[in-house]
Design a protein around this ligand. Structure first.
Ligand SMILES: [Zn+2]
Length: 68
């Protein structure tokens, strides 16, 4: 918490100025999830996770996809 002077508890909406409300929400934006391509099958996957499509991680099959 860098802004120590900001009120963090509930306050009636009309008592919060536009600037204060926008300042508070300046850190609230979500960003798009990071996606990388599976080196095995090329599917888009989250980094550091087993590929859902082919079951590979770090060049080895760690989850069998044959039984489905
Ligand atoms: Zn894959």
């Amino acid at each position: 918490m860098l802004e120590l002077n900001i009120q963090m508890f509930a306050v009636p909406a009309r008592k919060v100025s536009k600037t204060r409300q926008r300042t508070r929400r300046a850190h609230s934006a979500m960003d798009a999830p990071t996606v990388v391509k599976c080196p095995k099958c090329g599917a888009e996957i989250k980094p550091h996770r087993v590929c859902k499509e082919c079951g590979y991680y770090k060049g080895k099959e760690v989850v069998s996809k044959d039984a489905e």
